[in-house]
Design a protein around this ligand. Structure first.
Ligand code: GDP
Length: 444
């Protein structure tokens, strides 16, 4: 799922790379292509409209960033808007103050409710709960047996009407199951309800009656992400007919275009709590909007880099450093700060590896060793402020003291001081070449 959308978005955003500045026309063209990509992925029209509107407004109104280049800024905005339509923060299950917590499942037949009951039970057990499944789908032949089989596989109790008593009353079963859960000390009850192939009144009424009987802490609307635009209409019907507090997307492992998954939260206003991506009990997880967005954007590394660059970027210090670089005034203190800023961005090999065009540098990168940087930092920390300010005063006895203090050989202190002079010389030359010695300038 999302493969085509992912490819499309990646290529649209890649077209922005290398642009020093984005004009309004660039932004409009990009927005247009994103719009087409979303529509082709079957995302509901109102959701697409809202999305594009926000991206455009934010991209046009964005301040020039010192930490990010224009392409990165747009990627960041698109990512944040995607996280937004997927619900923002991860939403956890509401647990009742007084157990049992009641979780009711509703949705069309075949949406994956029964399978989900088993998955939820497995997951809840792992979280330290003692769940019980309740079979309230008493219409479909075998539905009860199917839930019992799933329950057995998950290793949990399934509450079901005695066989041979004819078709029981699902509302009655639901009510009695809560008493049973209290009695047998199950702290979570998962109620599986009947589904139909299409939305119908009777189905809605029965689900609403069960809801009234058990007062669920969560009603989860289970929706097959493969059904495309129908997901949205079905979700609206369930919202109006039964009401729900959260959505579970199933069959995300399928090859549908994924628009349903991207629309249902925005259209219903209810969060997606879980996602299912396979037939096995383990193919299931809590839904994290941010992870899903970066999966859709297919730019995990780039997004990490953007985040880290923003975190590590301290504009004031960077400006100070930039103005010093060209004049040859850089001190060991500045050198230390620069190293710390780079270090904050994560392991240096990874960091450089994420940059576009780093491919050919792989061999050199593998030799960059974070522990070397840490050693350099330790040596500088072993110096007095005066020594950091003016390395010229570091004579033989000072070198010995610094080496002892930072636990390295004198040779390493010598190396560092020499490297520092080399770096300073290189910076001065680069500043001359690129003209960033006078302060300011854009960091890209
Ligand atoms: P119910 O009628 O809503 O209870 O749906 P079921 O739980 O019986 O699921 C219907 C079919 O979908 C079954 O064949 C399941 O194995 C399958 N299914 C459920 N969830 C998933 C999923 O996440 N991925 C895939 N590929 N199949 C699923």
């Amino acid at each position: 799922m999302f493969d085509t959308l992912s490819d499309r978005l990646t290529s649209v955003l890649q077209n922005l790379r290398g642009k020093g500045k984005l004009s309004d026309a660039d932004i409009d063209a990009t927005a247009r292509e994103i719009r087409i990509a979303l529509l082709e992925a079957d995302v509901a029209l109102p959701v697409v409209r809202e999305f594009i509107k926000h991206v455009k407004e934010r991209a046009k109104g964005a301040e020039v960033s010192e930490a990010l280049n224009p392409a990165q800024q747009v990627i960041k905005i698109v990512n944040e808007e995607l996280v937004g339509i997927l619900g923002g923060e991860t939403r956890r299950v509401n647990l009742a103050k007084t157990p049992p917590t009641v979780i009711m499942l509703a949705g069309l037949q075949g949406s994956g409710k029964t399978t989900l009951a088993g998955k939820l039970a497995t997951w809840l057990k792992k979280q330290g709960h003692a769940p019980m499944l309740v079979a309230c789908d008493l219409q479909r032949p075998n539905a009860v047996t199917q839930l019992q089989v799933v329950g057995e596989r998950a290793g949990v109790t399934t509450y079901a009407p005695e066989p041979g008593n004819g078709v029981g009353d699902p509302v009655d079963v639901a009510k009695r199951s809560i008493e049973e859960a209290r009695h047998a000390q199950h702290d979570v009850v998962v109620v599986d309800t009947a589904g139909r192939l299409g939305v119908d009144e009777e189905l809605m009424q029965q689900a609403a009656d069960i809801r009234d009987a058990v007062q669920p802490d969560e009603t989860l609307f289970v929706v097959d992400a493969m059904i495309g635009q129908d997901a949205v209409t079905t979700a609206e019907a369930f919202r109006d007919g039964v009401g729900f507090t959260g959505v579970v997307l199933t069959k995300l492992d399928g090859d549908a275009r994924g628009g349903a998954a991207l629309s249902v939260r925005q259209v219903t206003g209810e969060p997606i709590l879980f996602a299912s991506n396979g037939e096995k009990l383990e193919d299931f997880d809590v839904f994290h909007p941010d992870r899903m967005a970066s999966r859709i954007l297919g730019m995990g590394d780039m997004l990490t880099l953007i985040e880290q660059a923003e975190q590590a970027f301290d504009q004031e210090k960077a400006e100070q450093a930039a103005s010093k670089l060209g004049t040859g005034d850089m001190t060991l203190e500045d050198f230390l700060e620069q190293m710390q800023a780079v270090r904050k961005m994560g392991p240096i090999g990874n960091l450089l590896g994420m940059l576009p065009g780093a491919g050919q540098m792989k061999d050199q990168l593998s030799q960059v060793d974070d522990s070397q940087i840490d050693r350099l930092q330790a040596i500088i920390r072993g110096m007095t402020p005066a020594e950091r300010e003016n390395p010229k005063i570091i004579n033989a006895s000072r070198r010995q003291r610094i080496a002892n203090g930072s636990g390295v050989a004198v040779r390493e202190v010598n190396d560092l001081v020499n490297r520092f002079y080399e770096a300073r010389k290189m910076m001065q030359q680069m500043a001359g070449k690129f003209g960033f010695g006078g302060g300011g300038g854009s960091a890209t």
